[in-house]
Structures are given as C-alpha cells and as structure tokens.
Design a protein. Structure first.
Length: 735
C-alpha cells in the first residue's frame, strides 16, 4: 500500500494520519548540496521513493534535484499535508505562519536555537506553538532530526541511519518490523534504530521530537499504537512535559498488552542539568518516574544496549507462563556463566524431569551433562535441534536459552525449519546467546526463526526476565488496572475547608483531621491549650479507652520534628506527671523555636505496639501525586525500604505495592511471629492515595510516620502525621 493510499485509507481517523502518511510534501529551504542539512533532507526523502508530489521551496532556485522549485508555499500548485522546515531561526516563524495560512497539516522543524537557548529564543518558540495550535498545525520540533515511517517508506530526516543500503542493514524490507521509537533526543532516536538494525530488529516508526512545541513523545508513541503497526515501544525521555499525556500512553499500552521500554535521563544532578539545558524543560524526581514506569509495566533501561536487549525479546518471543528457564550449551563454562546471569536476573533453573533427562542422555556422549544447564559439548552440537525440542516439551520448563557460537557464516548447526516448528508448537520463548560475535548470516537465520540473538550474558538474561515480568504484569493488570485520576469534587471542597488560612505546614492534629474526614478511624485524642485542659483531657481519654497512660505532643507548624525539639512526653500516668510534662514541653518549645506559633499540646492514649511503617504521598512537579509505603521509624533513613506508585491506587494495587518491600517477611510473620494486618495497611494506602488526588495542588506532601501495623485482623494505627502545603493560601487569595 502506498503513502497516498494509506493517507486516504484511515479516513481521518487520527489527527496525525496526514503527518505520517502525507499526500504531498513541501521542503522549505531545500538545497542540492548534500553536505548540509537542507540538501540531506532532499537526498534521504528521494531515496525512499515517496510516491506523492514533493515541492522544494527556495526563493533563489527554479529546480532542485530535478524537481521544480517554488519561491514560497503560496506558489505551490497543490495542497500540502506536510512541510519539512530547514531555514535559519529568524525565518521559522514566518514559515509557520505560511503553513497555517495555507492549510498545511503537519510540519517538522529541524532548525535549532529556540527554547533550548532561553530568553527571546524561547519566546519565539512560544509564538510558534501558539500559531500552530490555533491553526491545528501539528509540529515536530524545533530542534528535531525528523522521523522515518518505515511502513510507508517515508523518511523525513537528515540522519544517515535512514539511508538503507547494503547489508548488514539490508533494504527497507529487512528493516521493517513492529518496534516504534519516539525520543526527545534526535541523535539517540536514530542511534537506537541503527544499532537495532545491526541486531536484526525490525521497526515501524522512528521519531525525534526535539523541543516539542506542540507534539510530545507520548503523543507520537500513542499514534504508533493506534495506527496498528507497532507492538513494542521504545521511549527516550528527558522529561514529561504533560503528565496526563504520559499517563494516557502508559494506560493505553497496558490496556493493549503492548510493552514499553523507556530510558529516562536525570538520575544524577549533572544529568538533570544537561536535560534541562538540552530541551529547555525541568526534570522531576527520578524516584517518581520509577514509580510510574513500574506501576504501568514499563521497562526502564540503563543504556542503549539495555533498551535493545529488552525490546529484542519482547518483539518476537511469546510470553512465558513462569520464570523457569533451561540452558542448553555447547560450552560448559559459558553455560555456567549464563546460569549465574539468569539467577541474578531473578530466573529459576530447575532440574529437568527424569524422562527428559533420559531422552537427552541417549543423544549425547557420556561426558555431556543432562541436567540444567544441559551441556551437549562440541561433539553433541549436531543433536542440538532435537535437544531443544525435547527441553521445550518438558512441563518443568517455561523458557529456553541456547548458548552456542554463531561466528561461522557458512555453517549453523541448527535446522531452521525444525526449530521454528518446535518454538511455535511449544509456545515458549527461546533466546540465543553467542559467545563468539555472531555473524550477519546467523543473525538473519535466527530472525527468520523468531529467536533473538544476544552477545552478552546479562543482556540475554535481562531479555528473558523482561518477558517473565511482562507476563506477570499483564496478569496483574487484568486483575486491577490503574484508576483514573478523577478528584472527588465534594472531598476537594472539604479539604480546602480543613486547611488553615495561611502557612505551609500542617501540624499533626490538622493532618489527622483530614484522615478522619475520609472515614479512617483514629484513637480518641484531644488538643489542650492549658495545663488543666491537658489533665482533664487525659482523664477522659484513659476512661474511654482503658489506656493506663497517655502521651503529650507539641502541636506547631513551626516544629515539624517534635521529638528533636523536646516536644514529646510518653507514658504519663498521673495528673502530676501530665501537668509537669505539659509545662516541660512548652518550655522546650520556647527554647528551641521561640517564634513558632503553638496550636496547643495533643493528648493521646499510649498505643498498643505494632510494626512501624511509613505511609504518605508527595506531589511531583512533573507527574503529580505519588503514594509511598515502607518500613518506618529509624528504618526509613537506615534501610530506605520503600515502594511507590502514582495515585490513586486501589487495595489490590496497594497489596502489590507492599509486596515489593524487602521487609515484606516482617509483615507476613517472619521467624514464627504472627502475620500482620496487610489487608488493613493496603486499605489505608488506597485511602491515602485518594486524599492525594482530591487535594489537588493544595497539599505537596503528607507523611504518616510511624503507622503501627498490628496483628492480622487488628488493623493499623496512625501514630503521627504531618503535611506540607503548596502555598500560603492567604498570599494566594490576595493574588
């Protein structure tokens, strides 16, 4: 199907159809000189035989590359769907205005020198964005390398990676596949493509988004999924300009069962600075991105090869039913090394069943190994195809890794057709690691058999682990997909009423009032503002609860760390102890924070002990509210054992979040101790995540630490809580 055929076929179903499948293209700033970007654009575009009209735009030329040239878009004899803009920065705005005026539907702006420079240049990009959005003009860039639609044989880029010639890359047929790339870095988008071709991966689209004046990486990626030719996405992100678009893409991919492999830079301070200067955007908290990616089953990669290792497996292999892998090797040492890599990746290597071992033993020399790994030795390689089929047939195995050399171009000791049939019949993934550098011919054979080839132990194990993880994610997602971020209007109004008129910190009693409003049961407490009130409140609490003692805590937005300021007294039993403690707490507060506003002293019953946990949420600048759970008390700083997810979550998702903690055995009842109330903890996290969404931008952070988790069936108890507000509401109201 040709570009023009496909442009008509979708019938305008998606707003980007005309961008990726244009009927006519204008190259604004076109040139014959292939040593410059404007000339390279023409060269690459013409190489792929776009079958619609191409209109070079140049005020000084009448013909470019054998095509009639026109001084402006106004002189073009027909409608234009897509404009490729490669002109000096000072001319870009007028070109965008021309595009808007003449009904152009999409534009790729290759020119640099806009938002990435800041100041007046950033303002110029803002004007470009405003004009384009008003006209419905979809812009890729500025500062972009363009895109390559391999399905439509349309290369709108100056990247040499899009010039497909002789092997090892081969022609467009060898490059075509179902992996889509969208990257905020132009160089990396086509670098991934180039590296992937050498590994015999196939691609549908490659897009460099640049400064994202109107279209973001998530929008391009979403189009790839909706268009129907993409099964695996690769994303390179420096930031998420619109969290809603990233969340929409993540949900769309998860709903469709299509994996996303993402690289997000900004882990280090230097990385964050580089990202901000390169794309003129701010990066958010790295842990927040981790939480979002994991929640939606997206794979975060460490480098280009890691991305390709994961995508290679996900793009061709069926998903396994479990994590049990068998290794079949012709080299004992390489097999042992692969076993170590698999174990480190969380994969299991069970013993093969006795029947399978017996069948393998009949085909190997006596010095071969029939357990797991299976070592055929060099003498048994000729039996490799049959042995792979035997192992695939074993009910004890979910996946197979073959370890063998693929350096020889002329001889590959495998029957490709037999192997293809065995893989298809078993429905189990097979991956291959070559301990010599694999030849191009061998890669071609394995591509046709749909077995990904790796040249590193860890990469192969990582690819298989990704298959296992994605299979588990799909099962979990089907049980409890992510909830939409829809705030409860009534709750939001009540939250606003419970917040103080001014200030940036909520003291404990105010933070607990929010939880109480959400229906979470809290122990009886009372705020005392005099010594006498403290004694009377304590007497009432002990009578109502049967507690033998109370605790007193200073309540002040200016004293968030109460214990450090001497603002906490525990295990008070008599009126005299309570009165003395009240005076001591106020005196300590006056010494430590003489200017702090004191709300009073909170009187609480001494609570039954439980496992100290932390629960809370923080509102990330990029991604919104992120809910977190972990071991509390001193363990927060010492172990940093926490797990996070974007809010809201339900109780099922909360249980999965708790299950990621290293301290999970403490909750499950380690060393003969009784199991704790994980269900109540999950319910509390779900409630807290709902508060995070409903509070909107009013609360920036909310901490419950410690949160006591009691024995199973006895619930959880909020011991302490605090919240940070976004702004001083008085000032905001005045503004």
């Amino acid at each position: 199907m040709t570009s023009r055929d496909l442009a008509a076929a979708p019938g305008g179903r998606h707003r980007l159809d005309a961008f990726f499948w244009p009927r006519a293209i204008a190259v604004v700033g076109a040139s014959d000189d292939t040593t410059i970007i404007r000339g390279k654009l023409m060269e690459v575009l013409l190489q792929h035989d776009f079958d619609g009209p191409i209109y070079p735009i140049s005020p000084s030329r009448r013909e470019i590359r054998g095509l009639p040239a026109y001084p402006s878009l106004a002189e073009v004899p027909g409608p234009v769907d897509l404009a490729l803009v490669a002109v000096p920065p000072g001319n870009v705005l007028s070109v965008v205005e021309d595009c808007a005026r003449h009904g152009v539907k999409g534009a790729v702006i290759y020119t640099s020198g806009f938002a990435e420079e800041g100041g007046a240049a950033a303002e110029q990009q803002a004007r470009i964005s405003a004009i384009a959005q008003e006209a419905g003009l979809h812009v890729c860039g500025p500062n972009a390398i363009g895109f390559f639609n391999l399905r439509g044989r349309l290369a709108c880029t100056f990247s040499p990676a899009a010039i497909l010639g002789e092997p090892p890359e081969g022609g467009i047929e060898r490059a075509l596949g179902r992996i889509g790339i969208a990257a905020q870095s132009g160089g990396l988008s086509f670098a991934l493509f180039n590296r992937g071709l050498r590994r015999r991966l196939g691609f549908s689209y490659v897009v460099s988004t640049g400064n994202e004046a109107t279209l973001e990486a998530a929008e391009f990626a979403s189009y790839m999924l909706q268009e129907g030719g993409t099964d695996v996405l690769m994303l390179f992100l420096e930031s998420a300009r619109s969290a809603d678009k990233l969340f929409a893409l993540a949900r769309e991919a998860a709903d469709g069962g299509r994996p996303v492999v993402v690289a997000k830079v900004g882990r280090s301070e230097a990385g964050r600075r580089a990202a901000a200067s390169h794309t003129a955007s701010l990066t958010g908290s790295d842990s927040a991105y981790d939480a979002v990616f994991r929640h939606y089953g997206m794979f975060r990669a460490d480098d280009q090869e890691d991305m390709l290792d994961i995508a290679a497996a996900l793009s061709v292999c069926p998903l396994p039913k479990g994590n049990r892998v068998a290794i079949i090797t012709s080299s004992g040492g390489s097999g042992a090394w692969m076993a170590d890599a698999c174990t480190q990746a969380g994969l299991a290597l069970p013993q093969l069943d006795s029947g399978t071992q017996a069948r393998i033993a009949a085909r190997l020399p006596s010095y071969g190994a029939v357990d797991n790994p299976v070592d055929t030795t060099a003498q048994g390689v000729k039996e490799l195809g049959d042995i792979i089929a035997m192992v695939l047939d074993s009910a004890a195995i979910d996946a197979v890794i073959v370890v063998m050399p693929l350096a020889a171009t002329a001889r590959i000791p495998l029957d490709a057709e037999r192997l293809r049939a065995a893989v298809a019949e078993s429905g189990k993934p097979v991956l291959l690691y070559s301990y010599t550098l694999p030849s191009d011919a061998a890669r071609d054979v394995m591509r046709d058999v749909r077995i990904p080839v790796y040249d590193s132990f860890t990469g192969c194990a990582r690819g298989l682990a990704a298959l296992v993880d994605f299979a588990a994610f799909r099962r979990d997602w089907a049980a409890a997909p992510a909830l939409p971020r829809v705030p409860d209007g009534g709750r939001a109004e009540r939250i606003a009423g419970l917040l103080p008129a001014a200030g940036t910190v909520l003291a404990e009693h105010r933070a607990k009032a929010l939880l109480r409003d959400y229906g979470f049961p809290l122990p009886p407490e009372g705020l005392a503002r005099t010594e006498e009130e403290a004694v009377a409140t304590a007497a009432g609490i002990m009578a109502a609860t049967g507690a033998e003692a109370v605790a007193l805590k200073i309540q002040s937005p200016g004293i968030p760390h109460k214990t450090d300021a001497g603002g906490v007294a525990l295990a008070l039993r008599t009126p005299a102890e309570i009165a003395a403690a009240y005076r001591g707490i106020l005196a300590a507060a006056a010494r430590q924070a003489p200017d702090a506003e004191i709300d009073g002293v909170l009187v609480q019953p001494m609570l039954a002990p439980g496992l100290e946990m932390l629960a809370g949420f923080v509102v990330d600048d990029d991604l919104g509210p992120i809910v977190t759970v972990g071991l509390g008390g001193i363990f927060v700083e010492v172990l940093a054992d926490v797990a996070s997810a974007p809010a809201p979550i339900d109780a099922v998702q909360a249980r999965r979040l708790i299950g990621r903690l290293k301290g999970l055995p403490l909750l499950q009842g380690a060393r003969g101790r009784p199991p704790l109330d994980i269900a109540a903890l999950a319910d509390f996290l779900a409630l807290l995540s709902r508060l995070a969404v409903d509070s909107g931008d009013r609360i920036r952070a909310f901490d419950v630490n410690p949160l006591f988790v009691h024995e199973e069936g006895r619930g959880v108890t909020v011991v302490d809580a605090t919240a940070m507000l976004a702004v001083q509401r008085e000032a905001a109201s005045a503004a």
